[in-house]
Design a protein around this ligand. Structure first.
Ligand code: GDP
Ligand code: MN
Ligand code: MN
Ligand code: MN
Length: 252
């Protein structure tokens, strides 16, 4: 087996309103069933999902949380505005955002964006992935999958990796249940987070700093589907989430 990953070179600094699909099509020869992996940072920039720091008025609650964790109260306010639940408030702020994604600071930061702005995650990353995928089909006639990624930390382990925050035409989970192992035993549990695995591999080429490589094409590992898909297929339902239950117990 063989799969190939390569960057889309020569992308400029992205501005609000930029047509990412067109910019990608102009710079690379896509093929049907490629996975186009895009850093959430540039999707957020193109969609204007950013907040001018000086516009933020932190609440008393944001100020208190910020004081405890040693962060900018304005950042904490923007995180709270984009969150439905705070899972951990000290020594870091781990939240579920409005889209169901759980991450530190709701994925909001000020890296790779102008100094005076906080960059949010795209507000509807599945919708963003779909819009870009459909626009690529329009522009260059190729039927691709799209994954929007962010770099996230992990519980229990040091080191961040790329994860999927939005998908189009690719089920994020590959269900192995019911398949047999090498010895004929039926697999009962394994569901593989393929969208995160592809995101992580692509993130390796993106890097985190000034490389300027926000788009990676993955070719030769075909997970393409025409079904309706959502990144939310990966989010564990509340009542089955023992870690979340444990954190709620700790908070009481
Ligand atoms: P995140 O993982 O979505 O938070 O994105 P990062 O901030 O880690 O950036 C991922 C990659 O995209 C890095 O190689 C950055 O240099 C690059 N990048 C970020 N913003 C831009 C941009 O506006 N234009 C270009 N060409 N590259 C960017
Ligand atoms: Mn990020
Ligand atoms: Mn990153
Ligand atoms: Mn194994």
């Amino acid at each position: 087996m063989r799969m190939e990953l390569f960057t889309v070179d020569g992308l400029p600094l992205i501005k609000k309103g930029d047509d990412l699909a067109a910019m990608i099509c102009e710079r690379t020869e896509l093929e049907d069933h490629d996975a186009v992996v895009i850093a959430s940072t540039i999707v957020a920039k193109a969609e204007g999902a950013m907040v001018l720091k000086s516009d933020v008025v932190p609440s008393e609650r944001a100020i208190n949380i910020a004081k405890r964790i040693g962060k900018d109260p304005a950042l904490v306010q923007v995180v709270l505005d984009r969150s439905v639940e705070e899972l951990v408030k000290y020594p870091l702020l781990l939240v579920e955002n409005l889209n169901g994604h759980v991450s530190i600071n709701a994925g909001i930061d000020d890296s790779n964006v102008e100094d005076n702005y906080f960059l949010e995650l795209p507000h509807d990353p599945d919708g963003s992935a779909k819009a870009i995928g459909e626009r690529i089909a329009d522009r260059c006639g190729k039927d691709v999958s799209v994954i929007i990624t962010d770099t996230n930390g992990r519980a229990f382990k040091i080191g961040q990796t790329g994860v999927a925050v939005g998908v189009y035409r690719m089920h994020p989970i590959l269900d192995w249940r019911g398949e047999n192992d090498l010895f004929g035993n039926e697999l009962e549990i394994t569901e593989e987070a393929v969208a995160d695995e592809i995101a992580s591999a692509a993130n390796l080429l993106m890097g985190e700093a000034a490389g300027g490589n926000p788009v990676v094409i993955v070719r030769g590992f075909d997970l393409h589907t025409r079904d309706d898909v959502s990144v939310k297929e990966m989010y564990r339902p509340d009542n089955e989430d023992i870690i979340r239950k444990g954190l709620r117990c700790l908070r009481q």
